[in-house]
Ligand binder design. Structure first.
Ligand code: FAD
Length: 469
C-alpha cells in the first residue's frame, strides 16, 4: 500500500475535471493536485459525445439541407461517405487521451489510472495507492442506462455507434431522447433507414411539446419512422445477421443495428460514497449552489450530479467549484460564491431544436394560466425570407413572457440555425431585460441572418408606449 497526501484530489478527466484543474493551476500553481481517472482519459464530450458526434452531424445536415433545396438550386443530393467521416472523427478523437495526460503532467498534476473509491471522508483508494487530501472533487460523468432485456449484447451504445465501421441499411433507436433524435438524423442524412421506438408519445421531454411535434413532422418527411407508446421486449440475431426486435404489441421488426438511446445515468456506484457521507438522489450526487456535496470537503461537478447533462454546464459548475475550493483553502473565512447561469440546449437534428428557460408545460404544471400568468408569441411553418431560401418546410418557435415583468421566461425554436437567437434571449434573460429592450437591440442584428428573425418573434408582445426610447 502506497500512501500519498495532496491539497486536492480530482476524480475524472473529462471537461468538468479539466476546467476545474485549469482554474486551480492558473490561480494557485503551488497546490499539490492529483487526478484519478479511468482510461481512456479525456472524457465523453471529446471522445464520444458533443465533439465526436458533430463530425457526422455536419455531413448529414448538409445532405438534408441539399434535400430541402432540391429543385431550388440543387439538381441532386450530395453523396456522403461514412468511412471518410469516421476517419475525420477518429483523427480528432485518437490523440485526445494522450494529450490530456500530457497536459496534466505539464501542469505538475500527479496522475493515477483506475477506479477511485472512498475509504473515508477525505481519503480515496485506487489500486494499491491510498490518497488523502484537504478537498476532493468528483467529476465522474455518466454512462448509458442499461436496457435489461434479452439480447442487450446486440445493442449499440452511443459510443459503439460513433465507432462502427460498416454503415448499415437500417437502424432502430430505442428511446426518445437527444441521442436517438440526433443519431437518427445522422443515419437519415447518410442514406440509412431509421425507426425510433419510444415507450410514450412524448419525445425529447425536456423540450417544448409543440416545437418537438414540428420536428417530428419534419423528421417523418425526411424518412425517420416513429413507433410510439410501445416497448422493446427482447432482441435476437437471425442467421443472416439481421437483428429481430420483438415489441410489446406482439409485432417485430428487423434491422441491421439497434442503438440504445434511453438516457445516461451518473457514475456513482463504484465510488463508495456512503463512506464519505455523500447524499445521492435518483439523478446523481446532490450539491448546493457552491457545488459542495453533503460532505463539505467534497465538491461534485458535471454529469455525475443531479443537474442537466451538458458540457458547458459542467464547465460552469467546475468554475464555481474551483473558486470555492480556492476560497476554502486560501481565505478560510470569506463567503462562498455561486454563478447566476441559465443553460441553453440544442438538439443537433436538422433543422435543430433549441431551448432556454421554462417550457410552457412546466408553467401549466405549476398552475399558471395562459393570458393571465404568462403570454406566448408562437408560430409554425412561417415563411420568412430565411426559411424560403433554406427550403425549410417546417419551422416553429414559442417565446414565453411574464406580462407583469415583461421579461422572457423561456424560448423554444425549431430552425436550421437557432443558436444565435437562443443565445441573445439567454443574455437578455440573465440581464433581466424586457421584451421591448431585447427587441430594440435585435433590430440591429446583422441582416438577413436567423438572429434578425428574433424581431418577428418578439413583435406580438410589443406595447407601443414601452418602446419609446
Ligand atoms: C452522444 C453524446 C452527445 C452529447 N452531445 C452534447 C452536446 O451536443 N452538447 C452538450 O453540451 N453536451 C453533450 N453531451 C453531454 C456532454 O458530453 C457531457 O455533459 C460532458 O461530457 C460531461 O463531462 P464530465 O466531465 O462531467 O464527465 P465525463 O466527460 O463523462 O468524464 C467523466 C470522467 O470520469 C472518469 N471516471 C468515472 N468513474 C470513475 C471512477 N470511479 N474513478 C476514476 N475515474 C472515473 C471517466 O473515465 C472520465 O474521465 C453529449 C453526450 C453524449 C453521450
Amino acid at each position: 500500500m502506497n500512501e500519498h497526501n495532496y491539497d486536492i484530489i480530482v476524480v475524472g478527466s473529462g471537461t468538468a475535471a479539466q476546467t476545474f484543474i485549469g482554474d486551480i493551476v492558473a490561480y494557485a500553481g503551488d497546490l499539490r493536485i492529483a487526478v484519478i481517472t479511468e482510461s481512456p482519459a479525456g472524457g465523453v464530450c471529446a471522445l464520444e459525445g458533443c465533439n465526436a458526434k458533430k463530425f457526422f452531424c455536419e455531413i448529414s445536415s448538409t445532405v438534408l439541407k441539399t434535400k430541402h433545396l432540391l429543385g431550388k438550386g440543387f439538381k441532386k443530393l450530395s453523396v456522403p461517405d461514412w468511412e471518410e467521416a469516421l476517419k475525420q472523427k477518429t483523427a480528432f478523437t485518437d490523440p485526445v487521451s494522450e494529450r490530456t495526460i500530457e497536459w496534466l503532467i505539464s501542469k505538475n498534476v500527479s496522475c493515477y489510472n483506475g477506479g477511485a473509491r472512498f475509504v473515508d471522508e477525505t481519503t480515496m483508494k485506487v489500486g494499491e495507492d491510498v490518497l488523502s487530501a484537504e478537498y476532493i472533487v468528483l467529476a465522474t460523468g455518466a454512462r448509458p442506462r442499461k436496457l435489461d432485456i434479452k439480447g442487450e449484447e446486440y445493442v449499440f451504445t452511443s459510443k459503439d455507434f460513433l465507432e462502427h465501421k460498416n454503415f448499415g441499411r437500417s437502424y432502430v433507436f430505442i428511446g426518445g431522447g437527444f441521442v436517438s433524435a440526433e443519431f437518427a438524423t445522422i443515419v437519415t442524412g447518410f442514406g440509412g433507414e431509421t425507426t425510433i421506438i419510444n415507450h410514450s408519445d412524448h419525445l425529447l421531454n425536456t423540450f417544448d411539446n409543440d416545437v418537438v411535434d414540428e420536428w417530428r413532422r419534419s423528421a417523418e418527411v425526411d424518412g425517420i419512422k416513429f413507433q410510439l407508446n410501445i416497448g422493446v421486449k427482447y432482441i435476437t440475431k437471425e442467421p443472416n445477421g439481421k437483428l429481430k426486435i420483438f415489441l410489446s404489441d406482439g409485432t417485430s421488426i428487423f434491422s441491421d443495428y439497434v442503438v440504445n438511446g434511453t438516457g445516461r445515468i451518473p457514475n456513482v456506484e463504484e465510488l463508495n460514497v456512503d463512506r464519505a457521507n455523500i447524499v445521492l438522489d435518483k439523478r446523481g450526487i446532490v450539491v448546493n449552489k457552491y457545488m459542495q456535496t453533503s460532505n463539505e470537503r467534497v465538491f461534485a461537478i458535471g454529469d455525475c450530479i443531479n443537474t442537466m447533462q451538458l458540457a458547458r454546464l459542467a464547465d460552469c459548475e467546475a468554475h464555481v467549484a474551483a473558486i470555492n475550493c480556492l476560497k476554502k483553502i486560501r481565505e478560510r473565512k470569506s463567503p462562498l460564491v455561486s454563478f447566476n447561469y441559465l443553460a441553453p440546449a440544442i438538439v443537433f437534428t436538422y433543422p435543430q431544436i433549441a431551448m432556454v428557460g421554462k417550457t410552457e408545460q412546466s408553467l401549466i404544471n405549476k398552475g399558471l394560466r395562459l393570458g393571465i400568468d404568462y403570454e406566448v408569441s408562437s408560430g409554425k411553418d412561417v415563411r420568412w425570407a430565411n426559411d424560403l431560401r433554406e427550403g425549410s418546410r417546417f419551422s416553429s418557435f414559442k417565446i414565453i413572457m411574464s406580462p407583469d415583468s415583461r421579461k422572457i421566461l423561456g424560448a423554444h425554436i425549431f430552425s436550421p440555425e437557432p443558436s444565435g437567437c437562443i443565445n441573445s434571449i439567454k443574455t437578455a434573460m440573465l440581464a433581466g431585460r424586457t421584451v421591448e429592450e431585447l427587441w430594440r437591440e435585435t433590430v440591429l442584428s446583422p441582416y438577413p441572418t436567423r438572429e434578425s428573425d428574433l424581431t418577428y418573434m418578439l413583435n406580438p408582445f410589443l406595447q407601443e408606449e414601452k418602446l419609446k426610447y
